[in-house]
Design a protein. Structure first.
Length: 109
């Protein structure tokens, strides 16, 4: 049963969640969410990551919970309207990973 006002997306089963997490390095399950902590060399780079992620999330109409702790950013996805994890969360995590890898590839060595 989905919460009132749900999106109609199917909640993932535990097996589907485990499979998705297996393909997402560093992501863990945290209750009804999936999350990862990203580290950056500087505070401005952490904030730039959050801003870029905000635009990606807005375009996808699926917004993660974000926590900034100096040079660390915790990204957490869940589909609140469904009361758990859906395909949109896995897609969001994959988008976040691609974005982070792109930033890392462009960083000066």
């Amino acid at each position: 049963m989905r919460p009132k006002g749900g999106t109609g997306l199917a909640r993932l089963t535990d097996d589907q969640i485990d499979a998705a997490l297996g393909g997402l390095e560093g992501w863990t399950r945290a209750g009804q969410a999936m999350q990862k902590v990203y580290a950056f060399p500087t505070f401005p780079e952490a904030i730039a990551f959050v801003v870029r992620l905000a635009f990606e999330a807005e375009a996808a109409d699926h917004h993660p919970d974000l926590a900034v702790n100096y040079r660390r950013v915790t990204v957490s996805y869940t589909t609140h309207s469904e009361g758990g994890l859906t395909r949109k969360d896995v897609d969001g995590a994959n988008t976040t990973e691609r974005m982070y890898r792109d930033i890392q590839a462009r960083a000066p060595k």
